[in-house]
Ligand binder design. Structure first.
Ligand SMILES: NC(=O)C1=CN([C@@H]2O[C@H](COP(=O)(O)OP(=O)(O)OC[C@H]3O[C@@H](n4cnc5c(N)ncnc54)[C@H](OP(=O)(O)O)[C@@H]3O)[C@@H](O)[C@H]2O)C=CC1
Ligand SMILES: O=C1OC[C@@H](O)[C@H](O)[C@H]1O
Length: 377
């Protein structure tokens, strides 16, 4: 697939016919991210359908449904949860609302794909896990729950996982010593009233781009150690705040250390300079035998590269597009495959389970605390 075909399939709807047992997805909110993360991927899959949407305003939901090929418009988010035709929900609400709607959805027996970061803080994430455990222990039909770290579902992430385990022949890193990750955007891409600049809605750069950079650091370390739910200690954390609101961080630089001794620097922010482009997302992994730089791990479907340099002077470069779909397509396909019982292990397809989400939120809490900022409410 060429660069333009990859972008076309990311941003333009398809028209794949639906299977009879396609999973019917209800969408809570007419959010900006819905087309790229939900309705366009669904339009390209036979296994799921954009069944219904509700928004705070019915007029907005109606227009949104028409534009994005969603079959039904309901009056409220609760109506989506109460509709027995809805099998699963996608939650693209502001961060502070994920907690309440995720728990309500679980209690109604709906499967959930919830946007990142999962919650405002780790305590709320734990409460979602409690609700999930309670529901699943009392019902035969088990609710599947995933946080939408889409980048981990792309074939590039699977390649990285193999790479740090020493399974890519011409890219031997040896023992992993250091993992540095970055996700920065320019602040001007968001309006002043954006949810990301609103403390009570769970805003802040550490919440928004920081949760990804942290997820990348943890993904690499967990893959290298073939382990799950590992969280590093926050050694230092520095943040700069918005002039207009001292609670809203616009940049993060944190130094972390994993229990195994691996060190990690995580950078995030809405602080990308005019001359630095429109996105800075990368991973650098330093091992005893060589190092690797991965560009654009967040949106690898647009472009990316994996550049290896061995201590022996040898180098190699890889690009991993596979069928060329977007990270969101792979995420939706994985989520639906799990619901159809075709896959039982989240880790094989990159979906993020609730216990991984809790650990991510614990580190975000610690980053805020160490930097002298309030945790999100
Ligand atoms: N996976 C990814 O790549 C991305 C993920 N995200 C995540 O998705 C979520 C939504 O982001 P985004 O689409 O940019 O958000 P939007 O600004 O589009 O807002 C999302 C929805 O939240 C509701 N909402 C907005 N403002 C308020 C408010 N003041 N009080 C209550 N509800 C409000 C609205 O629902 P209604 O329509 O009912 O009025 C709106 O549709 C966030 O968690 C974000 O982190 C965002 C972008 C990319
Ligand atoms: O993927 C993303 O890129 C832009 C961010 O602001 C957004 O919230 C995030 O999910």
């Amino acid at each position: 697939m060429s660069f333009f075909s990859r972008l076309y399939s990311t941003f333009v709807s398809g028209s794949t016919p639906k299977d009879e047992n396609a999973i019917r997805i209800g969408i809570l909110g007419a959010a900006n991210i819905v087309p790229i993360a939900c309705t366009i991927p669904l339009s390209r899959l036979s296994t799921g359908v954009a069944y219904a949407v509700a928004a705070r305003s019915k007029e907005k939901a109606t227009e949104f449904a028409k534009k994005n090929g969603i079959l039904h418009v309901l009056d409220s988010y609760d109506d989506i949860l109460n509709d027995e035709n809805v099998d699963a929900v996608y939650i693209p609400l502001p961060n502070s609302l994920h907690h309440v709607w995720a728990i309500k959805a679980i209690e109604k027996g709906k499967h959930v794909l919830c946007e990142k970061p999962l919650t405002d803080n780790a305590e709320q994430a734990r409460q979602i896990a409690d609700a999930l455990e309670k529901h699943n222990s009392q019902h035969e039909k088990k609710v599947v729950f995933a946080e939408a770290f889409h980048w981990k579902c792309h074939p590039l992430a699977r390649f990285l996982s193999k790479l740090v385990q020493g399974n890519i022949e011409n890219m031997q890193l040896g023992e992993i010593k250091e993992v540095n990750t970055v996700f920065r955007l320019p602040g001007y891409v968001f309006k002043k009233d954006d949810i990301r600049y609103n403390f009570s809605l769970g805003g802040g750069a550490t919440m928004d781009t920081g949760c990804y950079a942290l997820s990348a650091s943890r993904f690499v370390v967990q893959s290298a150690l073939k382990s799950t739910n590992i969280a590093p200690t926050v050694i230092t954390s520095e943040m700069k705040s918005l002039e207009a609101d001292k609670n809203i961080d616009v940049s993060l630089v944190a130094e972390l250390e994993y229990p195994s001794g691996i060190k990690s620097k995580v950078q995030a922010g809405f602080d990308l300079g005019m001359l630095e482009g429109i996105i800075d997302s990368r991973i650098e992994i330093i091992g005893s035998l060589g190092s690797v730089k991965v560009s654009n791990f967040i949106a690898p479907y647009a472009y990316h590269s994996v550049d290896f340099k061995g201590n022996n002077g040898k180098s190699a470069c890889e690009k991993v597009y596979d069928e060329g779909h977007s990270t969101y397509y792979y995420q939706m396909r994985s989520f639906l495959d799990v619901l159809h019982g075709r896959i039982s292990e989240f880790s094989t397809v990159g979906l993020t389970d609730i216990y991984d989400s809790i650990e991510n939120m614990k580190v975000i809490d610690a980053m805020y605390e160490k930097a002298g900022f309030l945790k999100r409410p």
